[in-house]
Ligand binder design. Structure first.
Ligand code: CA
Length: 227
């Protein structure tokens, strides 16, 4: 779970710190929020991998926050674990009404919360596999994580190289001229010459190794990736 980000929304500092401590020990990056508005504002800047949400907050009811998250297209895939003092509310929490992914009842064991967090993230990782594109049986692209693999070995690409690959894959078989690629990459913001693309593609092919042959040069026109 290294590098995954968890947001904790809890006004009780002791509880928040305790959860944060345990999650950090487990390798998570943790940000703490003492109220709902701080969370909602920050979500506009960064989407976490999971949210631990207390129901009793000083400003917005945690239930409202959960409903909001689960009803917004950009947020609804963030798993939410609810902290609640009331065990009897669990049906509501997990049910359709709130759409939370799991809950723990206070007082709870921080270790158990860490285990639940890991389990949910594993489940989500699995369900997001359909956002991985596979090409030619050897190249795969994880569009959520901006990661590229050749025969399951991770390849480190620059942003430009990754974007070129994505553009070529967006319409397989279609030839993209250098001019078109430049336009899609930089929208005319950057004063670059056509040959820049050739340099990037050359590097991209080298990094992709045997999968590099999937990128075809159509002489005098540009580049494409065939099915
Ligand atoms: Ca609270």
């Amino acid at each position: 779970m290294n590098g995954k980000t968890v947001f904790i929304v809890e006004d009780e500092k002791d509880i928040s710190s305790l959860i944060a401590l345990h999650l950090r020990k487990a390798g998570f990056i943790v940000l703490e929020f003492a109220n709902g508005n701080d969370l909602l504002n920050f979500l506009k800047k960064k989407i976490p991998d999971l949210i631990v949400l207390d129901l009793m907050l000083p400003d917005i009811d945690g239930m409202e926050i959960c409903k909001h998250i689960k009803s917004e297209q950009v947020y609804k895939n963030i798993p939410v674990i609810i902290l609640t003092a009331k065990a009897e509310e669990t049906d509501k929490i997990i049910g359709l009404e709130l759409g939370a992914d799991d809950y723990v009842t206070k007082p709870f064991s921080p270790r158990e919360l860490v285990v639940r967090t890991k389990n949910i993230l594993k489940r989500y990782d699995f369900s997001q596999e359909d956002n991985i594109q596979e090409i030619g049986g050897i190249l795969s692209i994880d569009n959520d994580r901006y990661e590229v693999y050749v025969k399951n070995k991770k390849i480190h690409l620059t942003t430009t190289e990754f974007n070129i690959l994505k553009i070529l894959l967006s319409k397989k078989g279609l030839v993209f001229s250098r001019e078109k690629l430049l336009d899609l990459l930089w929208q005319g913001q950057k004063a670059v010459i056509d040959r820049t693309i050739d340099v990037h593609i050359k590097k991209l092919r080298e990094k992709l190794g045997e999968a590099g042959n999937l990128i075809k040069n159509v002489r005098g026109i540009g580049y494409k990736i065939d099915e």
